[in-house]
Design a protein around this ligand. Structure first.
Ligand code: NCD
Ligand code: ZN
Length: 343
C-alpha cells in the first residue's frame, strides 16, 4: 500500500504549552488533528475549571486563520482538588478529563498528587460524573529503578485505585512496557491506554547510540526492545482499548541539551506520519484508522470526525531544527527522514 485515506485523527495526549511557544507549534497540530486532549502541566498548572476555560480561549485565539481545531481540556489533579471543582469541570462541557501526575514524576509535576488517598472527594466525583482519570503511570519512590517505575505503578497504585473506584474510567497514558500492555488488555472496558509514536519506533538504545541523545529522553523513559514489540502488537491489534496519544512535548533546544536536560520529545510535526510508518512496517495500515480516529472518540463518548486525511508513502526531510518563538526546537528525526507524507 502506498496511499491511505482515513478519518481525520485526534491526539489523545498532547502538550501545547502556552503563549508564543504554543503559537509556534499549533500549525503542526491543526494540520493533522481535529481535536486533542490538552495536558494541563503549565506553569502554574491548570487546576481549576476557570483556568481551563481561559487556557482554551488562549488556544483558540492563537490558531492560524481558518484552522479548525478543538482543544479538549483537562484539569491537573492536586491533593486539594475538590469534588465541587470536578462537578464544575464536567458542567463546563469543555473539560474532558483530569490528569494525575504523581508529584515529581515528570516535567512540571511538582504540584502533582503526593498520595492518591488525598483525592477521595475528587475521585468519587469523577466516578459519578464520568470524567476519566488520565494517569501518568509511574511511581516516584527514590528506591525504584527508573525503568521499573511503570511496572510497579500497576501494582502499587493502579490496581488499588480501580478496585476502590469501580466506576472510575481510566486512561493509562503513554504506556511503555509489556506489563502495561498486558494489564490493559486484561482490564474491563473502562480502562484504556494511549501509545506514543516514539515508544513504538525506539527502544532505550536510542538514548545512547554513539553518545547521549537528549532529544530521545522523555518520561516515561524508553524501554527495552521486547517492551516496544508488545506496544506495537497492542497498537496494531485492533483492540479499541489502545489509541493514539503523541505526548508531543516541546522543549527549547538549550533546555534539552543541558547538564540536566528536560524530558519530552517533539513529534507532532509528523504526528500521524510516524504512526503510518510503524503500522506500514508491520503490514497493518488497515488498522491505523481505528487506532488514530475511532477508538479514542469511542472511549471519550465523542463523535468521530467527519473529514478525511490522505497519507502517501513518500519520504520527506525533517529539518535539523525549527523556530520555537525566540528559541529553536529539535523535532523527532531532525536531519533525517519520515517515510509517509500527509497530502
Ligand atoms: C512531558 C512534558 O514535557 O510536559 N514530558 C515528557 O517527557 N513526556 C510531561 C509528560 O507527559 O510526562
Ligand atoms: Zn505527556
Amino acid at each position: 500500500m502506498t496511499r491511505i485515506t482515513i478519518t481525520r485523527p485526534d491526539d489523545w495526549h498532547l502538550h501545547l504549552r502556552d503563549g508564543n511557544h504554543m503559537r509556534a507549534i499549533l500549525p503542526d497540530v491543526g494540520r493533522r488533528f481535529a481535536r486533542a486532549i490538552v495536558m494541563p502541566n503549565l506553569k502554574p498548572p491548570v487546576t481549576t475549571t476557570q483556568n481551563a476555560l481561559a487556557y482554551r480561549e488562549r488556544i483558540l485565539s492563537a490558531l492560524p486563520d481558518g484552522m479548525q481545531f478543538e482543544p479538549l481540556m483537562t484539569l491537573y489533579l492536586t491533593d486539594s482538588t475538590t469534588g465541587d471543582e470536578i462537578r464544575r469541570a464536567k458542567a463546563s462541557g469543555v473539560v474532558r478529563a483530569v490528569k494525575y501526575y504523581p508529584a515529581g514524576a515528570t516535567t512540571n509535576s511538582e504540584s502533582g498528587v503526593s498520595e492518591l488517598s488525598k483525592c477521595e472527594d475528587a475521585l468519587n466525583a469523577m466516578s459519578e460524573c464520568e470524567l476519566p482519570l488520565l494517569v501518568h503511570g509511574e511511581v516516584t519512590f527514590p528506591n525504584v529503578d527508573i525503568f521499573d517505575r511503570e511496572r510497579i505503578f500497576i501494582d502499587r497504585v493502579l490496581i488499588p485505585v480501580l478496585k476502590k473506584y469501580p466506576k472510575l474510567r481510566v486512561v493509562f497514558e503513554h504506556i511503555t512496557t509489556r506489563e502495561a500492555v498486558r494489564f490493559v488488555m486484561a482490564s474491563p472496558p473502562r480502562v484504556a491506554a494511549t501509545i506514543t509514536a516514539h515508544h513504538l519506533l525506539l527502544n532505550r538504545n536510542a538514548m545512547f547510540s554513539g553518545g547521549i541523545r537528549p532529544h530521545h529522553f522523555c518520561m516515561p523513559v524508553l524501554k527495552r526492545e521486547e517492551d516496544r514489540q508488545a506496544l506495537i502488537h497492542a497498537a496494531i491489534s485492533g483492540n479499541p482499548k489502545f489509541f493514539l496519544g503523541t505526548d508531543s512535548a516541546p522543549h527549547a533546544r538549550d533546555t534539552k541539551e543541558a547538564s540536566c536536560g528536560c524530558a519530552g520529545v517533539y513529534t507532532v510535526h509528523a504526528g500521524i506520519e510516524l504512526y503510518a510508518e510503524i503500522f506500514g512496517a508491520y503490514n497493518a495500515l488497515e488498522k491505523l484508522e481505528g487506532f488514530a480516529s475511532v477508538y479514542g472518540p469511542a472511549f471519550y463518548g465523542l463523535p468521530r470526525n467527519t473529514d478525511k486525511i490522505t497519507l502517501i508513502k513518500e519520504t520527506w526531510d525533517v529539518p535539523k531544527e525549527v523556530p520555537y518563538h525566540k528559541d529553536t526546537l529539535v523535532p523527532f528525526r531532525a536531519g533525517g527522514t519520515v517515510a509517509w507524507r500527509l497530502m
